[in-house]
Design a protein. Structure first.
Length: 429
């Protein structure tokens, strides 16, 4: 089932890429928040320039709109939204990144047909579309950014030598240009951690920002019936993603040799698609297996005693951390890996190689500690990282968010309806 073609919407999500497979930040956030908003009674839909694959689940397919065909008039209207100070810079940036503006202009038809109260962009290049609909002053334009682009690059730069400085500076200039000429002055932007929300306001220049932390599907990512006792460690994620490459490289080069020398029976599995040549070469090391892409991460997590998160760069909240916590697998990570999280964290942290070895040896030698952490992690993630709660937080924030003409339609009736039900339940209890 798909949404009616010309139904008026409360919220329209737009993306360059399809929300399947659900293995990147934008697709994880998009598919889950859309499902949660719909369950709250919000009229929500999503459209992407790249078509949704046939194997996508019905839970996201039922919210999908086809991307419109575009004519010359719509393309002209799209580019009109880019006019004003910085127009030539916007055109150069889009051309440099090879974006087909004729396809992006489909956003005009979607807005005209559905007149949503709010349009939310998912992914880096959705800001090109949001800028083009500035002329619709009664519609809120919001970038669901997660990370601030320039800080992400700066965090990676700290770990590099002078040999990559020129390339990194080019990326900084590119992302700085995208934020300056497309985000600055936008109605709002959403980060997944407090620091990202502040940077989106003060660096990127969005008028209003908020932090909405990611949730996790605790039913799908459930603990196993019995927890294994072994010395197998696991890491998962896209292995062409810079922070993941850095994390695995550092762990295998600086920590694993010391750990494996003391525990020859220890193993380390790296799971995730698109491993680079550098990552694949780690297969030659004792005890390390580069698994590559798998249809389901859960069997690899359930058969491991702990997950390691040796993150040193990047930003936002790590979805793999939330998934691990939901599955009740003990987590050892750097302070960077747990940045931006709420509550008392039942996570072991380590910085130096010796601290990492000590933490893992303590975990391996203390079954009681492992079991305690497993229970506490599941309780913590269920209390602090729920997609339904994230959806309600989004609705509350949108109702306080003005648009260009200051007279946006509000989502308040939807929010108040659910808030009232919640209050009645609390009073009855």
């Amino acid at each position: 089932m798909s949404r009616k073609p010309h139904e008026q919407l409360d919220i329209l999500f737009v993306s360059e890429h399809a929300l399947h497979p659900v293995d990147q930040g934008f697709s994880i956030r998009g598919s889950n928040i859309i499902k949660a908003l719909s369950e709250h009674g919000v009229k929500v839909a999503v459209a992407s320039i790249t078509p949704l694959p046939d194997e996508a689940s019905e839970s996201i397919r039922c919210h999908y709109l086809p991307w419109p065909e575009v004519d010359a008039e719509q393309t002209e209207s799209f580019l009109k939204g880019w006019e004003g100070l910085g127009y030539r810079a916007r055109m150069r940036l889009a051309d440099y990144q090879g974006r087909d503006l004729g396809r992006f202009a489909g956003i005009i038809s979607l807005v005209e047909q559905h007149r949503p109260k709010t349009v939310i962009g998912l992914g880096q290049h959705s800001i090109l579309m949001l800028r083009a609909i500035q002329q619709y002053t009664d519609i809120r334009k919001v970038w669901y950014a997660a990370d601030e682009l320039m800080y992400f690059q700066l965090s990676c730069m700290r770990r590099e030598g002078l040999s990559t400085l020129s390339q990194r500076m080019q990326k900084l200039a590119l992302y700085g240009g995208l934020e300056t000429f497309f985000v600055r002055g936008m109605d709002g932007a959403i980060g997944v951690a407090p620091r990202e929300a502040k940077l989106l306001k003060h660096l990127a220049g969005a008028k209003k920002t908020t932090c909405i932390r990611n949730g996790v599907d605790t039913e799908f990512f459930a603990p196993p019936m019995t927890r294994v006792v072994n010395k197998q460690l696991v890491f998962w994620g896209r292995m062409d993603f810079e922070p993941n490459i850095d994390a695995v490289s550092w762990f295998t080069e600086d920590i694993w040799p010391h750990l494996h020398a003391k525990h020859p029976d220890a193993t380390f599995k790296v799971v995730g698609k698109n491993p680079t040549d550098k990552i694949l070469s780690l297969n030659q090391a004792d005890g390390i297996e580069i698994v590559g892409s798998v249809p389901d991460i859960r069997p690899y997590v359930h058969s491991s005693c702990a997950t390691v998160l040796p993150m040193r760069c990047g930003g936002g909240i790590k979805n793999k951390l939330l998934e691990a916590a939901a599955m009740g697998i003990p987590i050892v990570g750097t302070p960077k890996a747990i940045a931006g999280l709420d509550g008392e964290l039942p996570i072991l942290t380590a910085k130096s190689a010796s601290q990492w070895v000590d933490c893992l040896e303590n975990l391996w030698g203390n079954v009681g500690l492992s079991q305690k952490l497993s229970i506490q992690l599941r309780q913590w993630v269920m209390a602090h990282h729920s997609w339904p709660n994230a959806a309600m937080q989004m609705l509350q924030w949108l109702d306080r968010l003005p648009c260009a003409d200051g007279h946006c339609s509000r989502h308040t009736p939807i929010f108040e309806q659910h808030a009232l039900k919640s209050n009645v339940t609390k009073e009855a209890a």
